[in-house]
Design a binder for this molecule. Structure first.
Ligand SMILES: NC(=O)c1ccc[n+]([C@@H]2O[C@H](COP(=O)([O-])OP(=O)(O)OC[C@H]3O[C@@H](n4cnc5c(N)ncnc54)[C@H](O)[C@@H]3O)[C@@H](O)[C@H]2O)c1
Ligand SMILES: [Fe+2]
Length: 401
């Protein structure tokens, strides 16, 4: 019997090959003047020409910001907000990978509530609605097109930091898998394994608590609605990621769908330890988000195994890997190796002596650490990092729940 459920989503979500053609109708209710947020690489592609063609058919005025930087340094976001405020637009179209979509969310926030984002990085609530945002992903994916989160790099904290608010959920999302055709194999691998991490972390998160205490935060924990989407995501992502890296169209569609479903799942359930640990890792090593979450994921699953054995068995079944928790951990570890991720943190230049500080930082990201099913204090975080540092030498202990 389904119990507690919560879903937050854009008012309109379109999925399927060719759905970009619906963009004129999707932007129409949101105004006449739009800022497109993207990056220089994408702005040089035929996909971008297609987007501009659609906006031309919509008859709206378009200004383009194409200077989004990977992993979003705060100064880059602030420059984009200033640019957008000068352009005086009615709405934003985010076009690209997670970096461009997250930048678009923060620009929508900055246009509505002022360019200084530091209060939100420090945890202040977003005070009200932001500028309308239509999100169009070209990677699969971060799921950012449907989530309430934007992640950026704060140089002061040497840490990736997230702004999380239901106000940041885009007004509409168009997920057209053909926009991922031609996406480089390494970007496909990192984004795809991150989507799998979203689905598995959402499905194995702590359980949502009933009101009055539960359902109020941005990430509320696993629940009946997020569970359905998370398992559906795993069933599409796991068997298709390798073929998507070969640019096989049906696999591209399956992975784009899986990424969207994973985004809807973790947008309410939340992610957990793998994401908390990636924040200090990404900021230190300047490696892509999905490389870090993917590399860490099997170690986090092993750490959580005792308190989420049944859920991990469901993950194995959904992925077609077997029927017990061990099969899910082995399956993820095999996939992570097959898509070419480095074996351990030591391969990324992380020193063993760095691990305690990273563990402390990760345990301090309470939005994510508290969402882990097993307590993620600094000691637990260090255990996972030590196992992931040089995977052949240490494995995290599994303890009784
Ligand atoms: N908001 C969320 O919910 C959420 C979730 C996970 C990750 N993230 C964030 O997303 C970011 C990573 O996003 P990403 O993995 O999508 O990568 P990205 O946006 O950084 O893009 C990586 C590169 O791929 C190129 N690219 C993208 N699509 C392409 C295409 N179709 N064809 C050719 N080139 C293409 C881009 O130009 C860029 O050079 C990180 O900052 C991460 O923290 C956000
Ligand atoms: Fe992620």
């Amino acid at each position: 019997m389904p119990e507690l459920g919560l879903l937050r989503a854009p008012r309109q979500v379109l999925f399927g090959d060719g759905t970009l053609e619906a963009l004129p109708a999707v932007v129409a209710p949101h105004g006449q003047r739009f800022l497109v947020c993207t990056d220089a690489g994408l702005a040089a592609t035929a996909h971008f020409d297609r987007l501009l063609g659609c906006l031309q058919r919509a008859g709206v005025a378009v200004t383009v910001w194409d200077a989004t930087e990977p992993e979003l340094p705060l100064a880059n976001v602030t420059a984009a907000i200033r640019f957008a405020r000068r352009a005086d637009v009615d709405g934003i179209v985010g076009f690209g990978g997670g970096s461009s979509l997250d930048l678009a969310k923060l620009v929508a926030l900055g246009c509505a509530h002022g360019e200084d984002l530091r209060p939100y990085l420090a945890g202040q609530a977003v005070p009200g609605p932001v500028l309308p945002l239509v999100a169009v992903p070209t990677t699969a994916g971060t799921g950012s097109e449907v989530t309430p989160v934007a992640v950026l790099t704060d140089p002061d904290q040497v840490l990736k930091v997230g702004v999380a608010s239901a106000q940041l959920v885009p007004r509409a999302a168009i997920v057209d898998p053909t926009l991922t055709h031609g996406c480089p194999a390494s970007v496909t691998a990192h984004a795809g394994i991150d989507a799998l991490a979203h689905a598995i972390e959402a499905y194995t998160a702590r359980s949502a608590a009933p009101p009055p205490d539960g359902l109020e935060g941005v990430f509320v924990g696993k629940n009946s609605l997020s569970d359905v989407l998370a398992l559906d995501a795993i069933g599409h992502l796991a068997p298709n990621l390798l073929a998507a890296m070969q640019d096989e169209p049906a696999a591209r569609s399956a992975v784009a769908y899986g990424s969207l479903a994973a985004g809807l799942a973790f947008g309410t359930a939340g992610t957990a330890a793998a994401h908390a640990l990636q924040y200090p890792l990404g900021a230190r090593t300047h490696t892509p988000h999905g490389l870090g979450t993917g590399l860490l994921l099997p170690h986090v699953m092993r750490f959580n195994r005792a308190c989420r054995a049944a859920e991990l068995a469901d993950v194995a079944r959904a992925a077609g890997w077997g029927s017990d928790a061990g099969a899910s951990i082995d399956g993820v570890a095999r996939l992570v190796a097959a898509i070419g991720l480095p074996a351990g943190l030591s391969d990324l230049g992380v020193e063993r002596a760095d691990l305690p500080a990273m563990a402390k930082q990760a345990a301090g990201i309470t939005r994510l650490a508290a969402n882990n099913p097993r307590i993620l204090d600094a000691a637990g975080a260090l255990e996972i990092l030590s196992a992931a540092w040089h995977p052949t030498t240490t494995q995290p202990r599994e303890v009784a729940a």
